[in-house]
Design a protein around this ligand. Structure first.
Ligand code: CA
Length: 233
């Protein structure tokens, strides 16, 4: 039998920490927790969790610094990270995604949302272990994206995309459920967009959605952060 996924919680607010512990333990996860950044890092290095729920505003170390340290260490860089953030921390979330965090949950959150996000990120981490060469055809329902031929098909019909639109769609569709900030999308499609700025990503996404017609909902807007491809599971 597969061992229970282990989740580490780093959160200084006691009530929130208890809610997180209670909810995830009840869902069958193996849960460990810490109330500040320094003991959180120590806990993560010792317990090697599959996923960390990381509060950003901690009394000693900023959550982003913890994120940076985990991703800089090959012993811990494979651990999935969900940032737990308060209102108004959108720019920190964008920075965290750039550092390699997988997702975020805004406070206040409901138990169902917490569990769904946690499971979704763990599923994606599993999928990422299976080889992803970047040259494979991506199939998502009616959508087929072929990086070999740079062709997109919807319901079997070829749809014309520019090189930049293709790269953006391929990036998003290759990682369903994963949030990409505008700057991550921009960095990925660099070359085509060298002289442009964040807002041009919005313009490209608008065009991509238009071309996707009735399947436009596959690309979701994440308010104040960026975009993600709908996670079917
Ligand atoms: Ca806090």
């Amino acid at each position: 039998m597969k061992p229970k996924p282990r989740i580490a919680i780093v959160e200084d607010e006691e009530d929130i920490r208890e809610i997180l512990e209670y909810t995830l333990t009840r869902e069958g996860f193996d849960v460990v927790s810490a109330a500040d950044g320094a003991s959180g890092l120590e806990l993560i290095r010792r317990e090697r969790p599959d996923l960390v729920l990381l509060d950003l505003m901690l009394p000693d170390v900023h959550g982003l610094e913890i994120c940076r340290q985990l991703k800089a260490d090959e012993q811990t860089d494979g651990i999935a990270i969900i940032m737990v953030s308060a209102k108004g921390e959108e720019s920190d979330i964008v920075l965290g995604l750039g550092l390699g965090a997988d997702d975020y949950i805004p406070k206040p959150f409901g138990a169902a949302e917490l569990v769904a996000r946690t499971r979704s990120v763990l599923r994606r981490a599993d999928r990422a272990l299976e080889a992803d060469s970047g040259t494979d055809v991506v199939l998502r329902g009616a959508l087929k994206v072929d990086p070999g031929s740079f062709k997109v098909h919807l319901d079997g019909e070829h749809v014309e995309f520019t090189a930049t639109e293709f790269k953006i769609l391929h990036l998003l569709a290759s990682h369903p459920g994963r949030i990409f900030s505008r700057s991550q999308i921009l960095a990925d499609s660099r070359g085509e967009l060298a002289a442009s700025y964040d807002r041009s990503v919005d313009a490209h996404v608008r065009t991509i959605r238009k071309k996707m017609g009735e399947h436009r909902h596959m690309i979701e807007t994440v308010r104040a952060i960026g975009y993600r491809f709908a996670d079917p599971a």
